[in-house]
Ligand binder design. Structure first.
Ligand SMILES: [Zn+2]
Ligand SMILES: [Zn+2]
Length: 110
């Protein structure tokens, strides 16, 4: 194995973090989509519900932000910040932040 220059290693690690994948929520176990936004200025780790929603149903709750799911058949999927300038003409599937149910199933079983 040849050693990659540090900046390439960092670049690959960043790309891996940006890969959209299904992961169970560590708190409630629900299926979620996680990825780091590819924004160089303020990369954020997003955990969103896996089902896109109709943009008219985006909750007013400021703790549940809306995200664009970009990419598709020929380009890797990315979760991107959906800002107010982009939103009016957005055609991407829209994801919203995952919020755990108020009463996790595990607690009701105990
Ligand atoms: Zn969009
Ligand atoms: Zn959860």
């Amino acid at each position: 194995m040849t050693r990659l220059p540090a900046h390439l290693v960092a670049e690959r690690a960043a790309r891996a973090a940006e890969t959209v994948r299904h992961q169970p929520c560590p708190r409630c176990g629900a299926d979620t989509l996680t990825a780091r936004t590819p924004d160089r200025v303020a990369a954020l780790d997003v955990r969103a519900d896996p089902e896109p929603i109709d943009p008219v149903q985006i909750p007013a709750d400021p703790n549940r932000l809306a995200w664009c799911l970009t990419g598709g058949d020929h380009t890797p999927q990315r979760i991107r910040w959906r800002d107010r300038w982009h939103a009016p003409h957005c055609t991407h599937p829209v994801l919203i932040d995952h919020a755990c149910p108020p009463q996790p199933v595990q607690e009701t079983l105990l």
